[in-house]
Ligand binder design. Structure first.
Ligand code: SAH
Length: 252
């Protein structure tokens, strides 16, 4: 749940928004994705009934929004600032894909203040505002029409942030975490391969004079999963039982 908490350290900064309705739309987009901190820099009209109407259930985000006179004020305590841009600028700012940007924001927000900036409906962010950003994010679009509605852009970035949080929460990740038993070491796995090869030769399944790619294919099969020590022991027990039929069955 650490990563969900970190969403409190990600602020959505809307710069000089001219349509109050868009501010409400952004608040709604944010709330669906678990983002709560809205900062408005020099909005044309706010508060405004149109903003409230478009928020539909996310009025709390508007009520708690901070209104700042300048971008400096909005970013004063931030350690990571990311700007969004519909255009590929001539001056090459470092650009991240939405997914990578979200990953960075969520990981930084575990102990830093993070801001993601959205620009004016007509003209976006100025170059001076982009200078304040360590990274730019561009949402891939059709090349002939790259400009999304402001709230749609917030929705997409918010969704990627949400996905980054969910990926971070997707523990247990390894078989060790899932099964609560230790993973086999490379040496144990290697010994199993040797044992397997020996049995395959003994049983005539593998012709040592014409081995082809059999062992490699089998190793590739096992490499796709994470074997535990216990599982390796079972597999070796099976091999032993094949070659010595009265081999004592291990207890599992
Ligand atoms: N003509 C403006 C478009 C502004 S759209 C421009 O070129 O930037 C309003 C805001 O929505 C943008 O400033 C940006 O914050 C966001 N936005 C719109 N389309 C986007 C896209 N394809 N990628 C990233 N952000 C986008």
């Amino acid at each position: 749940m650490q990563s969900v908490m970190s969403l409190d350290r990600i602020r959505v900064v809307l710069v000089a928004t001219s349509h109050a309705g868009n501010i409400g739309g952004c608040a709604r987009a944010m709330k669906t994705m678990g983002l709560t901190r809205l900062v408005l820099v020099d909005p044309l009209r706010f508060p405004d009934p149109e903003a409230t109407a478009r928020a539909v259930g996310a009025e709390d985000i508007l009520i708690n929004a901070t209104v700042c006179a300048s971008l400096d004020e909005a970013l004063a305590d931030c350690q990571l600032v990311i700007g969004t841009s519909a255009r590929n600028r001539r001056i090459p700012w470092p650009v991240l894909a939405p997914e990578a940007a979200a990953e960075l924001m969520v990981s930084e927000a575990s102990d830093r203040e993070v801001a993601v900036l959205f620009g004016r409906e007509r003209t976006g962010l100025t170059n001076e505002e982009l200078d304040r950003c360590q990274w730019l994010v561009n949402i891939p679009t059709a090349s002939a029409f790259s400009s999304l509605n402001l709230a749609s852009a917030v929705q997409i970035i918010g969704y990627e942030i949400r996905r980054a949080v969910l990926r971070g929460d997707a523990v247990p990740r390894t078989a060790e975490d899932m099964l609560g038993e230790p993973l086999a070491s490379a040496e144990e796995v290697q010994r199993y391969y040797e044992h397997l090869q020996q049995v395959l030769v003994e049983t005539g399944f593998l012709d040592p004079d014409n081995p082809r790619l059999l062992m490699r294919r089998l190793m590739r099969l096992y490499n796709r999963i994470q074997l535990t020590t216990n599982e390796v022991n079972i597999l070796r027990g099976i091999l032993a039982a094949v070659t010595e039929p009265h081999h004592k069955k291990p207890r599992n």
